[in-house]
Design a protein. Structure first.
Length: 230
């Protein structure tokens, strides 16, 4: 099946303030974030990216507009940020003192964010199921329309992309905090009929063209015994 490039939105005003933005409206990119998105555009230029799908949140849409200006970007709520409930808008330094913080770090499968009157709550497991399912479904659409060698772009957030990468390495939601995804970074996953395969994660520079050249002899997701030759 196709290859998805997972782009985390660039540095945002919430990143600058150390705040958990969640689904807060009006959180856009900083000058640093716009520069990160412009560098991604340079990295993507040698590739044929057949489709771009973004979280509907402003910081992702702004990132996509700079990273792939030649494409009409679709939005999909399934790629949106985790619903942090009453934690939305909270300073991260303050959140780190909450007992739930340790659960998030040590046992993410058991972590659920309590809802508030303004913001829905969600467990990290629900978030992961939502985002991984969306990537699989969107990838199938891309393959059906553009073929198995197609490359497409998903623009999302830190925890959702971490969930996809943890799935790709077989760690699942329990391995969420073993993955790092910085603002403006690009990761790549090959979605196959049997599994997701991690190609790279959290990159900020370098050529992507050779990386996403899919070895057709292993398109089903099988790895070469011994690591291959050459």
């Amino acid at each position: 099946m196709a290859i998805v490039l997972l782009l985390r939105h660039g540095h945002s005003t919430a990143n600058a303030e150390g705040v958990l933005a969640g689904w807060t409206e009006g959180v856009g990119l900083t000058d640093t974030g716009r520069g990160q998105a412009a560098r991604v555009a340079e990295r993507l230029a040698p590739l044929t990216v057949v489709r771009a799908v973004s979280s509907p949140l402003q910081r992702c849409r702004e990132t996509a507009a700079v990273a792939v200006p030649e494409l009409e970007v679709d939005t999909d709520e399934r790629l949106g940020e985790c619903h942090y409930g009453s934690w939305t808008g909270r300073k991260l330094a303050d959140a780190a003192k909450d007992p739930l913080w340790r659960t998030i770090q040590d046992d993410p499968a058991a972590a659920t964010f309590p809802p508030s009157e303004e913001h829905a709550g969600e467990s990290l497991g629900q978030m992961a199921e939502r985002v991984v399912g969306a990537v699989r479904a969107l990838d199938a659409e891309v393959e059906a329309e553009h073929g198995k060698a197609a490359v497409w772009l998903a623009v999302s957030h830190g925890d959702p992309i971490k969930a996809v990468l943890a799935e790709a390495v077989g760690a699942g939601i329990g391995g969420l905090q073993r993955v790092r995804v910085d603002p403006g970074s690009v990761s790549a996953v090959h979605v196959t009929p049997t599994r997701m395969v991690l190609l790279t994660s959290n990159t900020h520079g370098g050529d992507l063209a050779g990386l996403v050249a899919m070895p057709t002899q292993h398109a089903a997701g099988d790895s070469t015994v011994g690591g291959g030759a050459g």
